[in-house]
Design a protein around this ligand. Structure first.
Ligand SMILES: Nc1nc2c(ncn2[C@@H]2O[C@H](COP(=O)(O)OP(=O)(O)OP(=O)(O)O)[C@@H](O)[C@H]2O)c(=O)[nH]1
Ligand SMILES: [Mg+2]
Length: 202
């Protein structure tokens, strides 16, 4: 489990992010999907990352240092319809630059709202990750909202659509920030990835 989580720094420019001497795991997905809420749930700190009922809350690349050993990174959401074209292109520059230039980025958690039909923008985003060798894993969010059976059906629709693209189902987790669901599984996954990173360094 996570013992200590502290805010480190916010950046609009990936070149100014912390030194890449610790591994990091980033959280991305559509605006309002629950990225900041999931980070808080995993860290066990209520207001570590700022959350909001309104989409577009997180605007920068936010690093949180975890147990002095790795970073969780909260990213701004994509697909928020109301932002201007110029905001959209600066998002693209910032996020694509970040995702393709951090040598210490060991996993990108792509959050998918477990209630929705497969969204084109999510499928496009994971396709882009695949094309750019960005190591992504899916986390379905808000699993408390529909009930277990409906959630499973909805998630399977997305997995089937992803399988069409990749030939196999991507690795995935089912989460609820409200009910603290998926916490143990995710932390275990993170720990394994982080250990592997440090072992490879020697
Ligand atoms: N029921 C339920 N609501 C959730 C859950 N996770 C997040 N929410 C709600 O969804 C809304 C958005 O949550 P955020 O964590 O701010 O979402 P975000 O993806 O960080 O959004 P942006 O920073 O705007 O891109 C808030 O009203 C949260 O309370 C969940 O697991 N269950
Ligand atoms: Mg956020």
């Amino acid at each position: 489990m996570i013992k200590k989580a502290v805010f480190s720094v916010s950046n609009s420019d990936y070149t100014k992010c912390p030194k890449t001497d610790k591994p990091e795991i980033a959280f991305i997905g559509r605006s309002n999907v629950g990225k900041s809420s999931l980070i808080n749930m995993l860290a066990g700190v209520k207001d570590l990352a700022k959350t909001s009922g309104k989409p577009g809350k997180t605007q920068l690349i936010n690093h949180f240092e975890i147990d002095g050993r790795w970073y969780m990174v909260d990213l701004p959401g994509y697909g928020y319809a109301v932002v201007s074209k110029s905001t959209k292109s600066s998002w693209e520059k910032m996020i694509r630059g970040y995702l393709t230039n951090r040598a210490n980025l060991i996993a990108v958690m792509v959050l998918i709202d477990s209630r929705l039909e497969p969204q084109k923008i999510d499928l496009e985003f994971i396709t882009w990750c695949g094309e750019h060798d960005v190591p992504f894993v899916l986390a379905f969010t808000k699993a408390d909202k529909l009930g277990l059976e409906k959630t499973k059906v909805s998630i399977q629709r997305f997995l089937d659509a992803a399988k069409e693209i990749f030939g196999e189902e991507p690795q995935y987790f089912i989460t609820s920030a409200n009910k603290r669901e998926g916490k143990e599984e995710l932390i275990r996954f993170f720990e394994a990835e982080i250990s592997e990173y440090y072992e490879a360094l020697g």
